[in-house]
Every structure is written in C-alpha cells, then in structure tokens.
Design a protein around this ligand. Sequence first.
Ligand SMILES: [Zn+2]
Ligand SMILES: [Zn+2]
Length: 227
Amino acid sequence: MESLPNKTNKSEENSCAICLLMVCEPIKLPCSHIFCKYCLEKMKENDINNFFCPLCRRMIPLLFKFIVNKILENEYLSNNKENYQKRIDEIDSYRVVDGFFEKVKLFYGNYHEIVENKENNNHHQWKFFFKGEIKSKWKMKDLIKKVEVQLDPNFGGAPIILRDQPFELNRSGFDEFTLVFKIYWQKWLKMEPVSVEHHLNFDKSITKMAYILKFKKDIHKPIFNKI
Ligand SMILES: [Zn+2]
Ligand SMILES: [Zn+2]
C-alpha cells in the first residue's frame, strides 16, 4: 500500500505514529499524544494488558474513552479535505472486514494466599484459572475442549490436563514461576491450539489478564444440547 504524500509540514504534524498516515478520527490521550481512533482500538484489542502510548510509553487507563476530538478533526478537514476523506473511506473498509470476526474476551490469572505450613516451605497457596466473562453469550465449554498446563519442573514434568470447567488448578509452592497453558479449541472453531505464558504473581490476592479470542463469524456453532 502506498502511503499518502507528506508534502507539507502540516500533514507531517498530523501523522499518526502507529499507521504513519494522516491521523483519522483523532484521539488525544491523557499524555497529549494524538493517534487515529482505529489504530488505538486495534492496539488495545491486540494487547489489552499492555496498553500504553506508543510514543511516551505512559500507561493508558483501561477506562479511557475514545472520544474523537472534533476541534482537531475540523482542523485536519480544513487543511486537507481530500486526504482526510480518503482516510475515512479506508478505515471504513477495515471496519467492514473486522465485522466478519467475532471477539470473545477470556481471562486467565491466579489467586494467591499465604498459608501456614510447618512441614515445608510451601507457604504460597495459588490457584490458576482460565475463564470467560460472566455475562458473555459464549460458554467456555462450547469454545474450549481442554487446557494443558505446564508447571515448573519442581511439580513433575508432565503437563496437567484440565478437561472440565472451571479450568482451574490448585497448588501450593514456595516461589513464583512462569507456567504455560495450552488452549485446545473446540473442533468447530477450526483453530490451532494456542500456548499462553502466565507468570504466577504472589504480590496480590488476584492477578487477572485478558485474552481475546477472535474467530470468523461465518463458521457456525453447532447446536449444543442442554442437559
Ligand atoms: Zn493511525
Ligand atoms: Zn504519549
């Protein structure tokens, strides 16, 4: 794709540091840096846990609302109406493609508490979890076949297979480590298994991270029998 020409200083000023094109639907972050609304939405979607300004790396609050700065938008429009309209059309076509995907927000992480243990050093009781949003129309069992959890070698080498909900694993230990869990999707999703790393956190009672499952809307969920 050819980028739009940056002939004047004005359009350089107006370029987005994510797509390197003219900012479209400008969003001004709390740090005052300006990006396209679409670029920020994509960035947040791809890694909701590390959502920061790409220029100054300041964290963007998760609750920050993407409200288009109309004053800036009018300025861009009056500077270069043709280019701005081109950008709007371009982004509209991206949004159409995005509409073909269904997105489901899932969560993983760990609970933690300190427990008394006179026999050994395993003072940290933890529970790994992988779950969906409570109000989601998607049930975990309709999406996920099984989860394989690979723990630290101290817990023995073989992965632990979680076939039933809730996908949880209780253990106690003496230190934090990074576990890897592999998600096997239900067959109808036609997706390869995905491995995700999670560093067990013992500083808080709960550590929760998000995982966005994205799949094409044109594949159909079979009818699941309710028991
Ligand atoms: Zn952009
Ligand atoms: Zn910034």
